[in-house]
Design a protein around this ligand. Structure first.
Ligand code: ATP
Length: 466
């Protein structure tokens, strides 16, 4: 098997497990789907909620310089004119002349071994023609042109130019337009940040790689405002935010540091607003790809909105009695790419006894279900009663706890392994008969089992799940 086929089959297995066990479904599936949209089932929701809660804890709750916001998805069209998105939020598009299928010109070049970084659409066009690159279906390609990725809509009952709005392509602008509200209501001193989790929409030319490149996805973003007068301090803050991003991946989500890569983005590839960008890439089964971004947006956005709205978005420094426009550093995270990274990294296969198994070795912090409780036998009321009592007590404490009495113990273990439950607790005859009741706790990754006193179970789990 070649490496490419290997990667493909790993992705196929992950996608099929995600569907079979209720993590992720194709959007609008019963109607044949809608490309680039995904629906999350109960386990996918739990996984994403865990990721979002860990993020909020690290970047908002554990700090005293962050202000949470939740801005509307629909915004005045002037926001997107001022931010530069109406004029320039585009990807290079090229069309198959026969099938009319559309592709990202940079992706086609990459597939032919050409690095398109820093190229203009005209340069890509020239190269495609020079090399005689054809579409994946073997047909001639048209000219490369820029395609704006914002979804356009109309607000209200009239469909004219004045009612145009867009589904936001990033959450960031919702924070810039609320900068003055935070200054006026909370009077923060620099440096401080605004944080937001919410949906973003991009009409991607070619959505692909499962949830990695979708048309509707969720972002977690921070706009961190700094005093530009001290350049060394700005650089220090930028680097500290990068370290926090990596700590979030490796410590909070349990992703291996060896799969996380830092990429200083060359000037030609940076977004129009960025003076420095560092992408964090991750080894997905389909290659090393962008997982997170970090951009030094300078005063670009606040100045652009000041000019366009004629509302002063400057900051008054009480200490020096000076007024200036703060600079902004933006760490940005994609919830869906993080969930995919966690899912893909967790996927593992081995044999338990003589049986092959597929399991998800999630870190307990992100596991959708933390503990499963079983009665040894389904038809012994005393066992079932004790198991349900144990289940309810653990559920009150840990929340994500499940009960299963279907099939034999081996089958129940397999089911929990497949969804990444770190611990299974079995209530057996000893539990109900012995004065010092004990349960069997089984570890997901090794299959090892140990006896734990029922009275100590909650403390035992608390320590292991921490
Ligand atoms: P790419 O180069 O992969 O298109 P980008 O550089 O355009 O990504 P940013 O504008 O930096 O992405 O967006 C911030 C984050 O939002 C990304 O790091 C990623 O996690 C997430 N993201 C962006 N586009 C998508 C998408 N189409 N589907 C899922 N997540 C996305």
């Amino acid at each position: 098997m070649t490496n490419d086929t290997n990667r493909e089959s790993t992705m196929e297995k992950i996608i099929s497990l995600a569907k079979r066990r209720g993590f992720v479904f194709q959007g609008s599936e019963i109607y044949g789907g809608l490309a680039g949209t995904w629906d999350y089932g109960p386990l996918g929701v739990a996984l994403r909620n865990n990721i979002k809660a860990l993020w909020w804890k690290r970047f908002v709750d554990n700090r005293d310089d962050m202000y949470g916001v939740d801005a509307a998805i629909l915004m005045n069209q002037n926001v997107w004119k001022a931010s530069g998105h109406v004029g320039g939020f585009s990807d290079p598009l090229v069309e198959d002349q026969k099938t009319k299928k559309r592709y990202r010109a940079d992706h086609l070049l990459e597939e032919k071994g050409v690095d398109p970084k820093g190229m203009t659409p005209a340069q890509m066009d020239a190269l495609i023609k020079e090399k005689g690159i054809k579409s994946p279906d073997g047909n001639a390609l048209g000219d490369v042109r820029q395609f704006n990725m914002m979804f356009k809509t109309h607000v209200g009952a009239t469909e004219d130019d004045a009612s145009i709005s867009y589904l936001r392509p990033e959450t960031a602008q919702g924070m810039f337009v609320n900068f003055k509200n935070i200054i006026d209501t909370f009077h923060p001193t620099l440096p401080f940040g605004m944080a937001q989790i919410g949906k973003a929409f991009r009409n991607e030319i070619a959505p692909r790689d499962f949830t990695f490149r979708a048309r509707e996805f969720e972002q977690m973003e921070i706009e961190y405002f700094v005093d530009p007068r001290n350049e060394a301090e700005v650089t220090k803050t930028f680097d500290a935010l990068f370290d926090e991003q990596v700590a979030f991946l490796t410590r909070d989500l349990g992703l291996p540091a060896a799969k996380v890569h830092k990429l200083e983005v060359p000037a030609a590839d940076r977004a129009h607003y960025s003076k420095r960008s560092v992408d964090t890439e991750f080894d997905f089964p389909f290659g090393q790809k962008e997982l997170l971004g970090l951009a030094y947006r300078t005063d670009f956005d606040l100045k652009a909105h000041t000019t366009a709205s004629r509302v002063d978005l400057s900051y008054y420094d009480e200490a020096t009695k000076e007024r200036f426009v703060p600079h902004c550093i933006e760490p940005t995270f994609g919830v869906d790419r993080l969930a995919l990274a966690v899912l893909a990294d967790a996927y593992a296969e081995d044999t338990q006894g003589d049986e092959p198994r597929a399991f998800l070795k999630f870190s307990p912090s992100v596991a959708p279900i933390k503990v499963a409780v079983f009665p040894l036998l389904k038809n012994k009321p005393a066992l079932v009663e004790k198991a349900r009592e144990t289940f309810m007590a653990l559920k009150k404490e840990f929340g994500a706890v499940t009960f299963d009495d279907n099939g034999n113990i081996g089958k129940r273990y397999r089911r929990q392994d497949e969804i990444g439950t770190p611990f299974c607790v079995t209530v057996d005859f000893d539990t109900i008969e012995k004065p010092e009741a004990e349960v069997t706790v089984r570890h997901r990754d090794t299959g090892a089992q140990e006896r734990v006193a029922l009275s100590a179970l909650s403390e035992w789990l608390k320590a292991k799940l921490a």
